[in-house]
Every structure is written in C-alpha cells, then in structure tokens.
Design a protein around this ligand. Structure first.
Ligand SMILES: [Zn+2]
Length: 208
C-alpha cells in the first residue's frame, strides 16, 4: 500500500474509533447508577407545568400561606394532577392531612363568595381574591367557623372552617382539599381554570 493509503487508513481508524467511543459514552449514561440522576431531574418538576408557570408568573397573585393552622410548608406534598377514580379525572388541588377540627385558615386575603355543599367536596367554601382573578377552594370541611358568611371580607390567616372528611373523602381520612383557580372575567364561583397551588404554598418558586 502507498504512503497516502496508509495515512488514510490510520486516519479512518482514529475517526471511527473516536466515534465509537462517543457512542459508548452516550449509550452508557442512561443505565448509569441513579444516585445522582434523580435529584436534578426531579427537583424542577413542580414548576414544570405550563399552567403553574403561568400562575406563578402572574403579578396579581398574592403570596399564599398554608391554609391549615400549624402545618408548615415543608410538610406539604405535591399530589396535584394525580389520577383519581381509576384515572377518569385528575386531582385538581392538594390534600393537606390534619386532625379533625383543625382550623382551616384563609390562604390569602379575599371575599367569601360561596358556601356550598356537594357530593364530592362535601362542605366547601369558595373565596375570591380582591382583584377577582383567583379563587381559593376549601373542601371536605367538618363545618364553618362561627359567623362565616357569603360576602365576608377575610384576611390571610383568618379562621374560615374546620378540617373534616365530608363529601367523597374516605371516612376518617381527615384532610383539607385546597384548590386554586384562575378566573377569567365574568367567571362564576363554579368556574375557573385549575392551577397547581403547591409551588406557591411550598415556596419552591422564588419571590418576584
Ligand atoms: Zn383533594
């Protein structure tokens, strides 16, 4: 073989060898032990929903406090969007377990728009933000606090009701179901677009 031929052969071996080693590295990564992978991969997920991002980027959304007395943000878990009823519907809210009768407090200032009883939510309360664009929904209550009525203005932290297991909550599984909805102009209390409140309640989104 000529000198040029040998040069081509050596170059070809180098190029093909390098290419194969890249393939091996790329192919090995997914099957590598998962010790470091879940952390960075899992962390951003609560904020990954486009709806959640839109909500948290909204300048009119006030800071929310955890709407159950004595529950700190780090005890919340993000079960928004979990399948319910064998996947026939998704969980539009988060569940906050607490002993029966624990005070349910306003997550933010607003006006109590509706006190309502439904098969699913049981004893529920709908509160609208002062700008009308957000609705806070409290469900599975055992009862309302004394004097609570529709049209009442409340501040964050005011006692609205008490934790129960009414509606379709399993008997004895006492928890608050808390929902957050974005309300378009003219939306009634039964309308709105569900938004995941978890990133706001858990403070996983930096303050603006
Ligand atoms: Zn729930």
């Amino acid at each position: 073989m000529t000198r040029i031929g040998w040069t081509f052969l050596i170059l070809a071996v180098i190029v093909i060898g390098g290419f194969l080693s890249m393939l091996r590295v790329g192919g090995a990564a997914p099957s590598a032990p998962g010790s470091s992978a879940p952390g960075p991969a899992a962390a951003p997920q609560p904020a990954a929903s486009p709806i959640a991002v839109r909500a948290t980027g909204h300048p009119g959304l006030p800071r929310l406090i955890v709407p159950v007395e004595g529950v700190s943000p780090d005890r919340l878990s993000d079960d928004w969007g979990d399948p319910r009823e064998d996947g026939r519907r998704l969980h539009h809210g988060i569940d906050i377990p607490a002993p029966e009768g624990t005070p349910v407090i306003a997550a933010a200032p607003g006006t109590i728009e509706k006190l309502f009883h439904s098969d699913k939510g049981g004893t529920t309360l709908y509160e609208r933000s002062p700008d009308g664009q957000w609705q806070y929904y409290y469900a599975h209550l055992s009862g309302y606090a004394a004097g609570v009525h529709e049209g009442q203005r409340v501040d964050a932290g005011d006692t609205l009701a008490y934790v129960g297991d009414s509606g379709d909550a399993p008997a004895g599984v006492f928890h608050l179901h808390f929902g957050l909805s974005f309300m378009r102009p003219g939306d009634g209390w039964w309308q709105g677009q569900a938004v995941n409140p978890y990133p706001l309640l858990a403070r996983t989104v930096p303050d603006r």
